[in-house]
Design a protein around this ligand. Sequence first.
Ligand SMILES: Nc1ncnc2c1ncn2[C@@H]1O[C@H](COP(=O)(O)OP(=O)(O)OP(=O)(O)O)[C@@H](O)[C@H]1O
Ligand SMILES: [Mg+2]
Length: 312
Amino acid sequence: METCTTCGRTFTLEFAYQVGMVGAERRTFCHLDCRRAGLGEASHSTARRARVIAVLNQKGGTGKTTTSVNLAAGVAEKGFDVLLIDMDAQGNVGASLGVKGEHTLASVLVEGRNPMDVAVPVRGHLDVITADESLAAAEVWLARQDDAIAPHVLASRMTAAMVQRSYQYIVIDCGPSLNLLNRNALTYADEVIIPVTCDYLALVGVRQVLRTIREIDKHVGHAVRIAGVVPTFFDPRTRLARESIATLQGHFKERCLEPIRINTRLAEAPTHRKTIFEHAPESHGAEDYHRLVDWLVTHQAAEAGVATGATL
Ligand SMILES: Nc1ncnc2c1ncn2[C@@H]1O[C@H](COP(=O)(O)OP(=O)(O)OP(=O)(O)O)[C@@H](O)[C@H]1O
Ligand SMILES: [Mg+2]
């Protein structure tokens, strides 16, 4: 165990960034924030370079959209500038928040429209780039591009427009596949959050996540970090769900996050065009997503990394 030089907490040394030298003096830090404070390094927010987080699982109905919408909304409620991008032709993000953009993600990808012109403000600190069926045609268009270009279109459009300078978080709600659209999301993302249902055999869930991670590694040339696996549809009353959590925790250790309980309020909220915090702020759903939001904003990108190779 080490003691954090900045906050005095004891912690287990795990990542390279947790050790810093000032001259010959060795300092240890439990969090990136403590390192920044302790070494006087620039903070993430002043640099204004967004953390790009893809919410992905190739299996359908695992809570990706619910997680993307409520995570983005919860982080925005804390005062961070957030862009939520719908990367799914089902267009559920816009439908959940009651917004229909004049232009959609397809026009960014295919026509090269400036993403900053396509993003619509939906709540304080929260902008959205919506999607609709036209995204399916955009995928066909992507497939016709050169192999070297096709997976990078989103990243190059976003980078050219310097979108990352305008937001602190960019959350991408991916569709249930590992198609070319999601490969674009992964190429652009720094981190991936994988929601996995714990309503059926745990090992199937683990295998499903491992397969997703393998596919991600195969498709993406740069290190995308698996920031966390989020167990969803958790019903604490069932043995199956409790076993699921235990198995996921066994495999993913601290990267298995606190579960999101099954909660009908979460299913209702989108039909009212509301986030869970607006629809039922006292619900279990709001409580669980608040916890996830807190985790995201306190765990900096560099901490969250199975794929970084930065572990000690
Ligand atoms: N914790 C929960 N408790 C109850 N209902 C939930 C919960 N999470 C999500 N739902 C509901 O389950 C359905 C599927 O969730 P969601 O749309 O978020 O999954 P998805 O992974 O985005 O699906 P798809 O793969 O089709 O994009 C939705 O109707 C949603 O409102
Ligand atoms: Mg979805």
